[in-house]
Design a protein around this ligand. Structure first.
Ligand code: F6R
Length: 260
């Protein structure tokens, strides 16, 4: 696992967008897995700016969702499908044809989750998956004690996650209790995992995930099992890392040709 400490969220966005630009240059039809929430927005803004000024041709890219609320009406502005279309697909000049996501309104949610796992495999697998991290250490919506080999399925959000996400709704009562999320086993199948964490509120979860033991109680610690996992943190989110000095030295001495 590589840990990269950057000054601020804007620098993180530039760094990860540059890595995605390299990926799409090598593989224009790459499947890019995207997280929602506030943290990855600087990445999406940098990608959109690169498309606008011609540094990035994303016209053949494919985009897939990490997770989705269950039961929000189709077209609800806070459904993750709507968010990804608004924040990623449209700004990159893509259409829904390039987009894959689970159906949070399916009559048979269990079947919809299995179908999404199959669709990802049939699409050739995710090339680069962007992840955020919850204050409780979740990735996707794999809450603490999710199986480390779990597949895409329905999960129940913790009260803390519903409190954290209430800012996107008029009140916490409107935050759904249930989600479909890629499982940890599913996430680990992506070829490159890039987790971004910014802000002091994420510092403890980051330290546990990176320097703590592999444990289902900290789902993000599953990145320790992956052969190509990159954790990008700003100074605030890095503030509880005991090995921060080592991580800084390692990145400073990294040959430029290696990329992320
Ligand atoms: C969202 C997702 C979640 C978020 C996490 C952090 O698709 O999978 O794991 O990444 O809850 O959310 P923010 O970035 O809003 O702090």
């Amino acid at each position: 696992m590589e840990i990269v400490i950057v000054p601020d969220p804007a620098a993180a966005g530039e760094l990860i967008a540059a890595a995605i630009t390299d990926l799409l240059t090598d593989k224009p039809e790459a499947l890019l897995g995207v997280a929602t929430g506030s943290t990855p927005l600087p990445i999406y803004q940098s990608l959109a700016a690169r498309v606008a000024d011609g540094r990035l041709d994303a016209s053949r890219a494919r985009i897939c969702q990490l997770d989705e609320y269950v039961g929000l009406p189709a077209g609800h502005p806070e459904s993750y499908r709507s968010v990804v279309l608004r924040e990623v697909v449209e700004p990159l000049g893509l259409t829904e044809d390039s987009f894959l996501g689970p159906d949070g309104n399916a009559e048979d949610i269990a079947a919809a989750a299995i179908a999404y796992d199959r669709a990802l495999a049939e699409a050739g697998g995710v090339d680069l998956q962007i992840l955020g991290i919850g204050t409780d250490g979740h990735i996707g919506f794999n809450e603490p004690c999710s199986s480390l080999s779990s597949r895409t399925r329905i999960k129940t959000l913790t009260r803390q996650t519903r409190v954290d996400n209430a800012r996107f709704f008029d009140s916490i009562d409107q935050v759904p209790h249930h989600v479909i999320t890629q499982g940890i086993g599913t996430i680990l199948e992506a070829r490159h995992l890039v987790l971004l964490a910014t802000g002091e509120a994420k510092a403890e979860a980051v330290a546990l995930a990176v320097e703590g033991p592999l444990a289902a109680v900290v789902p993000a610690s599953a990145l320790q099992l992956h052969q190509h996992a990159t954790v990008v943190v700003d100074e605030a989110a890095a503030s509880k890392l005991k090995l921060a000095g080592y991580f800084r030295d390692t990145y400073a001495a990294k040959p430029a040709w290696q990329g992320l």
